[in-house]
Each structure stands twice: as structure tokens, then as C-alpha cells.
Design a protein around this ligand. Structure first.
Ligand SMILES: C[S@@+](CC[C@H](N)C(=O)[O-])C[C@H]1O[C@@H](n2cnc3c(N)ncnc32)[C@H](O)[C@@H]1O
Length: 237
């Protein structure tokens, strides 16, 4: 058997991939215990059988028309546990919150959309500006049989949230420059009920805090992952 440089590279990447899976499994075991590791294994197997892709993605090579491409973070899905804890908190704030719409600004391949739908939100919307991620997200939702969630292929600065939105979710999608435009839009929009805003992995929370309309509710640090989220309330006018 002759070794080409390409096949060698592929072998190296496979070894690296296996190592990463092992490191991630050890980390889950250490942080969350054996049962969580088992749940994670079952979930991964389920997604694999369904042909669903929630893998992380670098944005560099993707088709993004937006002038705000440089202001974006990478596409990294939130940890399941962290998101579960956030959803539970929202329900504690308002037990009827799932009657409204959940919006994820920068929804990537749609993992939060799937989970928010499963949690019981009446309608779920993801806004994603990378064409490939939007397509993968739509395909994932279809393969998972999710009917009440959709991804909109749009720059977040151009999105107007629906009147019946109850949760606006941000997982470190972009920098301050984009946030300012997005928050201007939100402040100009009309809503039927008070809204909860979750900013997960908050690298520029000052953009919220210098605006009077976003009432700080809580800084939440996940007991399992140690990840930080800020909760704000936007009252209807
Ligand atoms: C950190 S990922 C979060 C994925 C998902 N929300 C989650 O928590 O699992 C951020 C996503 O925001 C998207 N994004 C960044 N800037 C954007 C913009 N201006 N408009 C729409 N989407 C954007 C990126 O393409 C990426 O998929």
C-alpha cells in the first residue's frame, strides 16, 4: 500500500477527531457524571441515525453576503445542559412563556431551535446569515420532524421580531457594532407582552446595560458548565 500525502493527512485528522471526542467525553464525565455522559452518547447516536449535523463550523469559508461578516463569532452550538438550564429559568420567570415565540439571533445549524421546540414553545424562529448554515438548519429540522420551527436566511440587523415574541436569545453571535443595530430594531418594534432576553456567553453586555429599556434581571452561571448568561426584561410600552 502506498501512502499519499493526502491519505496521511486524512488519517491524522481522524486520530485528532477521535482524541477530541475522548477529551469531550472525559470532560462531560468529570463535570456532569456518568448519566449525562450516557445521555450524550444516546443523543449523538440519535442525531447520527437521523443524519443530523450539529457540528461546529468556522465561518470563513461560508457564503455570507453581509457586510457584518467580520463582526461575527464562530458557529458553536450551546451546550445542551446550559441551554436546558436557561429554558427552565425562563419557565420559572413566566410559566406561560412557551405560549409565545422563541427567537434565536444567529441560530447556526439550529440546535436551539430543535430544543426550544421540544421544550414546548408554540413557535420558534432562527435568524442566520450564512447560507450553508441556514440550509443545514432547515434540513436538520426537517429530519427531526420539527414543524413549528423555521430558520430565516437574513442578517440579524434586518430582522424585525414578531409581536408575539416572548424570548430573544443571543449566544455570542456578534460584536457591539451589530448589537447596537439589532437592539435599535428591537426597541423600535411593538410587542404584545413583556419579553425576556437571554445573552449567553456575554462578551459585550454593556450594549444592553447602557440602554434603560433592558432591565437587568439576573446573572446566571451554569452549575454544570460554569458558562455565564445574562437575563434582561423588556417591558411593553
Ligand atoms: C455562536 S453561534 C450560535 C449558534 C446557536 N445560536 C446556538 O447557540 O447553538 C453564532 C451564529 O450567529 C451567526 N451570525 C453572526 N452574525 C450574524 C448576523 N449579523 N446575522 C445573522 N446571523 C449571524 C453565525 O453565523 C453563527 O451561526
Amino acid at each position: 500500500m502506498s501512502w499519499s500525502q493526502d491519505s496521511f493527512l486524512i488519517d491524522i485528522s481522524k486520530v485528532k477527531g477521535k482524541k477530541l471526542v475522548l477529551v469531550s467525553a472525559i470532560e462531560t464525565l468529570r463535570r456532569e457524571g456518568l448519566f449525562s455522559l450516557f445521555q450524550k452518547f444516546v443523543r449523538t447516536l440519535f442525531f447520527r441515525i437521523k443524519g443530523v449535523d450539529f457540528s461546529p463550523q468556522n465561518l470563513h469559508d461560508l457564503q455570507i453576503e453581509s457586510k457584518f461578516k467580520q463582526n461575527a463569532s464562530v458557529c458553536n452550538h450551546i451546550l445542551d445542559k446550559s441551554f436546558d438550564e436557561i429554558l427552565k429559568k425562563l419557565k420559572n420567570y413566566d410559566p406561560l412563556i412557551t405560549d409565545g415565540v422563541f427567537v434565536d439571533y444567529g441560530s447556526g445549524k439550529g440546535k436551539t431551535l430543535y430544543k426550544a421546540s421540544k421544550f414546548g414553545f408554540r413557535e420558534v424562529i432562527g435568524v442566520e446569515f450564512a447560507k450553508e448554515l441556514y440550509e443545514i438548519s432547515e434540513s436538520n429540522l426537517k429530519k427531526l420532524g420539527i414543524k413549528n420551527a423555521k430558520t430565516i436566511h437574513l442578517d440579524a440587523t434586518l430582522f424585525t421580531p414578531p409581536k408575539d415574541a416572548r424570548v430573544l436569545f443571543f449566544h455570542n453571535p456578534f460584536d457591539e457594532k451589530v448589537f447596537e443595530k439589532v437592539l435599535d430594531n428591537i426597541e423600535r418594534s411593538e410587542f404584545e407582552k413583556d419579553l425576556y432576553i437571554v445573552y449567553h456567553y456575554p462578551l459585550c453586555k454593556e450594549v444592553f446595560e447602557k440602554r434603560d429599556r433592558f432591565l437587568p434581571l439576573e446573572e446566571f452561571i451554569s452549575p454544570t458548565s460554569g458558562e455565564r448568561s445574562y437575563f434582561y426584561l423588556l417591558r411593553v410600552k
